[in-house]
Design a protein around this ligand. Structure first.
Ligand code: UDP
Length: 248
């Protein structure tokens, strides 16, 4: 069942994509924790996108539960590395929620984690992840990179490269990359295309510096788009023009 007839007719541009969804996709604006209706909204859109035969790996954030840098700065008895591991575990909690949401819609999924959580998920093994994707399973990648002091944006760039995805789809709560914060400045301009250099020179808030540098180095395009608008995940996966495309 397709969301819109135009999408049903469109041939997918990509064979394999990595979709990065931040923790904010798992909760209502301004709240913390997990709201299953928000998770289901993402799951439904991803399900529609997967119907087109595109292989989808989802890297999930954990900011709706805990971000290491913020948590350790407010709790001096927690070592910053410990706080980052707590953040990685938060992404596993989101992964379990997304897995069940997708499976409630009939999607075949696998949750793989970069830190060992054997009781609840498979360990991330690159070749096994590829196999799942080739079999049409939606692969949820949690636990970030498995190492502290970085974010899940870096994990998304890393996984996109090693899984040979053709694009990194970065889902955000705004329509793309703007000249200024659109939630504070109503005159902020939305860019439709940017180069990696533009992003760095103008210090645009897209992804963390390490993630941008990795994508630039390997010429991996990044599409930044609004996941809250119905149909946008499907359009992004199919390669239709939504949001801001960052490329060479
Ligand atoms: N994290 C980490 N290593 C990684 C990925 C994530 O230490 O490879 C920790 C880090 O503390 C981060 C938290 O997990 O703040 C949650 O991830 P992130 O902030 O990227 O979530 P998002 O902002 O996408 O919701």
């Amino acid at each position: 069942m397709m969301a819109e007839s135009t999408q049903a007719a469109a041939a997918p541009k990509y064979r394999r994509v990595v979709l990065k969804i931040s923790g904010e996709g798992f909760v209502h604006p301004g709240e913390r924790g997990i709201a299953m209706d928000a998770v289901l909204h993402i799951a439904r859109q991803t399900y529609h996108a997967a119907q087109h035969g595109v292989q989808i790996a989802i890297v999930i954030g954990g900011g709706n539960i805990l971000r290491g840098a913020q948590f350790s700065s407010g709790n001096s008895c927690v070592h910053e590395a410990t706080a980052h591991y707590m953040g990685m575990l938060a992404t596993v909690i989101n992964g379990l929620a997304l897995q069940d949401a997708l499976e409630s819609l009939g999607c075949d999924t696998r949750l793989m984690t970069a830190i060992r959580t054997d009781g609840v998920a498979e360990p991330y093994i690159r070749r096994r992840a590829r196999r799942h994707l080739e079999k049409g399973r939606i692969v949820i990648l949690a636990g970030g990179t498995g190492s502290p002091f970085v974010t899940t944006d870096t994990a998304a760039a890393q996984r996109a490269l090693e899984l040979e995805a053709e694009v990194l789809l970065k889902a955000t709560r705004v329509d793309g990359v703007f000249s200024d914060d659109p939630e504070k400045n109503p005159h902020a301009m939305l860019y439709s295309e940017l180069s990696y250099d533009d992003v760095r020179r103008q210090n645009l808030r897209v992804m963390d510096h390490e993630a941008i540098t990795k994508c630039d180095e390997y010429e991996l395009p990044i599409l930044v788009f609004n996941f809250r608008k119905d149909g946008n995940i499907e359009d992004a996966v199919l390669g239709q023009r939504v949001g801001t495309l960052i490329h060479e």
